[in-house]
Design a protein around this ligand. Structure first.
Ligand code: SF4
Ligand code: SF4
Length: 362
């Protein structure tokens, strides 16, 4: 793998396409921040050589959105090499203090902020119905449970409306994406093993998740880190689409022009939210011709808040120009963009898709 990474770096033809698409480069003209320059630091990092501040920063100025991977004409796995470089820096005791702190919180306290995990269930309201006997489980995820409880409430309301009563995971925890994104793969392996075994022990056969990151990690990363879970992992949006297609979920039309904030891990399934929005009767306008992430993930928000905010503003400004409302289906995008909106006084309505759905059936 490591030898492959070195030959991959050497195969770069300096076409510049990765720099053109990288969201970090859209808000900074520092030449060292381009994706190709990030991976060209591989040997230097591997040899434990001293890095300048810009060289160090560029490794952590990456949301791991993978937009660069998709445009590279010679198929260099840029985001994977950055993850590997971060893993090396962590082993050498050189990762950012905030990154180390967040990883410790996730591994030891099961959430990024080290909050009391019992508070995860504070989103549950009296009108919601669950069944301990169900083989369908529900995982809200950290950013839903701690910051956007309405997403979980509305998701369960929609499921209940269609006669589905899932089981709550009593010991739900963070999916661990941040640990993976920062190259702590040994800790991530152990974490994946424990969480997969716990969910299986709950008798869950199908797990509905409300966060694209949880979906991607449980479905695609855990099998690489540990093994394929015995339960199926499905995104709430996929369940909503099936319910609409089967006629079990009927909605009133909403006459709005909306833009959509796509969650990076669901980039290849962006047709699903658009299908739901079309069925709701809204007019969907596209934010960008290319992929532009929200700017926050993988440690950019805690370590480089101004840059995370500047990338977030790209979405907010564009959404305001072309639409009446920005619809998200990623709780972390929503959390970050609401923060940016408040900080800079931007005037745009933002909602999770589950909120728009519940408004259309109540
Ligand atoms: S993964 Fe995204 S943020 Fe990271 S270098 Fe590639 S395009 Fe830039
Ligand atoms: S897109 Fe690929 S080949 Fe082109 S500069 Fe970036 S890493 Fe090199």
């Amino acid at each position: 793998m490591i030898a492959n990474y070195h030959s991959a770096v050497k195969s770069c033809i300096d076409c510049g396409k990765c720099g053109e698409i990288c969201p970090i480069c859209k808000v900074s003209d520092n030449i060292l921040y381009t994706p190709d320059n990030k991976i060209k630091l591989l040997s230097k990092i591997e040899n434990g050589e001293e890095l300048t501040k810009d060289e160090f920063d560029t490794i952590y100025l990456c949301t791991r959105c993978r937009a660069c991977n998709e445009v590279c004409p010679v198929d260099i796995p840029i985001a994977d090499i950055i993850q590997y470089e971060r893993g090396l820096l962590a082993e050498q005791g050189r990762e950012p203090e905030k990154t180390r702190h967040i990883i410790k919180n996730i591994v030891e306290k099961w959430n990024p902020k080290g909050l009391d995990n019992e508070k995860r269930k504070e989103w549950i309201s009296d009108d919601l119905k669950f069944s301990d006997d169900s083989e369908i489980g529900y995982m809200a995820g950290c950013w839903v449970a701690f910051a956007h409880g309405e997403i979980a409430r509305n998701t369960i309301r929609i499921l209940n409306h269609c006669g589905i009563y899932p089981k709550i995971l009593e010991k739900e925890r963070c999916c661990g994406l941040f640990v993976i994104d920062n190259g702590h793969l040994n800790e991530a392996k152990e974490y994946a093993k424990n969480y997969v075994e716990y969910i299986e022990s709950c008798g869950v056969k199908k797990l509905i998740v409300s966060c694209p990151a949880c979906y991607s990690v449980l479905k695609f990363e855990y099998p690489k880190l540990y093994r394929k879970p015995s339960f199926e992992v499905v995104m709430s949006l996929g369940v909503f689409k099936e319910l609409i297609e089967s006629g079990r979920l009927k909605m009133n039309k909403i006459n709005k022009v909306v833009s959509v904030r796509d969650g990076c891990p669901l980039r290849d399934r962006r047709d699903v939210p658009r299908y739901i929005l079309r069925e709701l009767g809204v007019n969907v306008v596209e934010l960008f011709d290319e992929d532009v992430c929200c700017g926050a993930p993988a440690g950019v928000k805690p370590n480089y808040p101004e840059i995370a905010d500047a990338v977030g503003m790209l979405t907010i400004k564009r959404a305001k120009e072309i639409s009446e409302m920005l619809i998200s289906y990623c709780p972390f995008c929503l959390y970050h963009l609401e923060w940016v909106r408040e900080k800079y006084g931007a005037d745009i309505i933002m909602k999770d898709l589950s909120t728009l759905l519940i408004e259309s059936i109540s």
